[in-house]
Write a protein that binds this ligand. Structure first.
Ligand SMILES: Cc1ncc(COP(=O)(O)O)c(C=O)c1O
Length: 421
């Protein structure tokens, strides 16, 4: 492998005039945008924008076609059997809320009417976006929130999870890959377990959809959510996958013109399928950007990209673990398979404040995350306040990791020297 990524040139931000030498190691927060995506969105907005929601039966069929083709493209990308399972929204957070209010809340209300009390199960490694909507329901109704613990390797402890699931569990919501731990949960096994007990599953795929060779039909989850900006698409755009039979019975969580066929003061009629959940004018420029991102990744070859990232991830884990002061959040002994898959890692540097490390690295134009990464309960459970997080994207090469390692070593030397003085 070369020191630099063959795809770095596709990202304008790396043009030398734009940045001195940007070492971007924060892809888990958001992917940088390839030129192709930015240009497709610009082109759409300037030359072919028209309101896709004018009279659905007459107009602008090209806009409607574009939307339906986009559903097809996304369905193919995540291995869904039907494009009708693809609902466009503003991102993973929106998807969790749509399920919380459109699917889970009616179940809770119906159960309460029968005097039954529901529970919701999430894992201990969730992003705030897969906690807060559930917490809202817990506060509004008498619902119990159960937290599935993690095993020593940072993955969901399936045996202990099984003990939490019962006939009153109305949803099991968990991340495919935690944005702190960076390892892939065995989602098929977990969904099988839930299914055997008749429990619906929601997977937060924000950190996994690209790397996991995700096929929702094989995973057999009921809901899968992700954001376009985590797969080199634009911000503010995302996808909720819903199993077809559930889509028919689920309620919208927002109501507006985009979903309506006929509106009368007494009774209104709504579109069937995913349009029923898209209440306002769709964010077409972003959907165009998402489609372009998928085309871009497919053109490069998803297989090739993932092999490249596997190799880079192993190099990152190996290089970091050689630093004596490196303290990863979960075990240092990562299996080869896990290291290959894990393009993000959170850690501390022994005896140095994370914020101090982050400031020094930023002064050297290395971008990474520092804090609780919107996973405060997980950090509390691990008895740490904050961590540094490094994450890789297709624009990274060995050179970026070497620069990180050199800067961390330099930082450690400086801090050690300060201690000495
Ligand atoms: C695991 C995980 N879930 C959910 C989200 C929320 O994504 P968005 O803000 O795009 O809705 C993120 C964002 O970082 C994430 O990493």
């Amino acid at each position: 492998m070369s020191n630099l990524s063959p795809w770095k040139k596709d990202f304008s931000i790396f043009v030398p005039q734009a940045q001195p030498y940007l070492c971007y190691l924060d892809t888990a927060a958001t992917c940088l945008t390839p030129k192709h995506v930015a240009e497709a969105m610009f082109h759409y907005q300037c030359y072919s924008h028209a309101n896709s929601h004018q009279e659905k039966d007459q107009i602008n069929s090209s806009e409607i076609d574009k939307l339906e083709q986009a559903r097809e493209k996304v369905a193919c990308f995540i291995g869904a059997q039907q494009r009708q399972s693809i609902v466009f929204n503003t991102g993973a957070t929106d998807g969790v809320n749509q399920v919380a209010y459109g699917y889970v809340e009616p179940i809770i209300v119906a159960a309460l009417k029968k005097g039954q009390h529901c529970n919701i199960v999430i894992s201990a490694a969730e992003h705030h976006s897969n906690i807060l909507a559930w917490q809202r329901l817990v506060k509004a109704y008498q619902v119990e929130l159960r937290i599935a613990p993690l095993a020593i390797d940072g993955l969901i402890d399936i045996a202990r999870l099984a003990l939490l699931l019962d006939e009153n569990t109305c949803i099991l919501a968990f991340s495919h890959c935690s944005n702190v731990i960076g390892k892939m949960n065995p989602v098929e096994k977990i969904c099988q377990l839930a299914k055997s007990k008749g429990i619906a599953t929601l997977i937060d795929g924000a950190q996994a959809v690209l790397r996991s060779h995700c096929t929702v039909a094989t995973i057999d989850c009921d809901f899968y959510v992700f954001s376009a900006h985590k797969i080199y698409g634009p911000t503010g755009c995302g996808v909720l996958y819903v199993k077809p039979d559930i889509l028919r019975e689920m309620l919208p969580s927002q109501w507006g013109a985009g979903m309506a066929k006929n509106v009368n003061y007494k009774e209104s009629e709504f579109f069937s399928g995913p349009s029923r959940f898209e209440s306002s004018t769709p964010n077409m420029a972003s959907i165009v950007g998402l489609v372009e991102a998928i085309d871009y990744l497919n053109d490069l070859s998803l297989k090739e990209i993932n092999l490249y990232l596997d190799d880079l991830a192993m190099y990152m884990h190996k290089s970091l673990s050689e630093l004596a002061f490196y303290r990863p959040v979960v075990d240092k002994k990562i299996t080869l398979r896990q290291a290959k898959m894990s393009t993000l890692v959170s850690f501390q540097c022994q005896n140095i404040h994370c914020q101090d490390v982050a400031s020094l690295l930023r002064s050297e134009n290395i971008a990474l995350s520092c804090g609780n990464h919107a996973a405060q309960p997980l950090h509390s459970a691990l008895a740490i306040e904050e961590t540094l997080r490094v994450s890789l994207g297709i624009y990274n090469g060995y050179a970026d990791i070497d620069k990180l390692i050199a800067s961390l070593s330099h930082c450690h030397q400086m801090m050690a020297l300060e201690d000495f003085v």
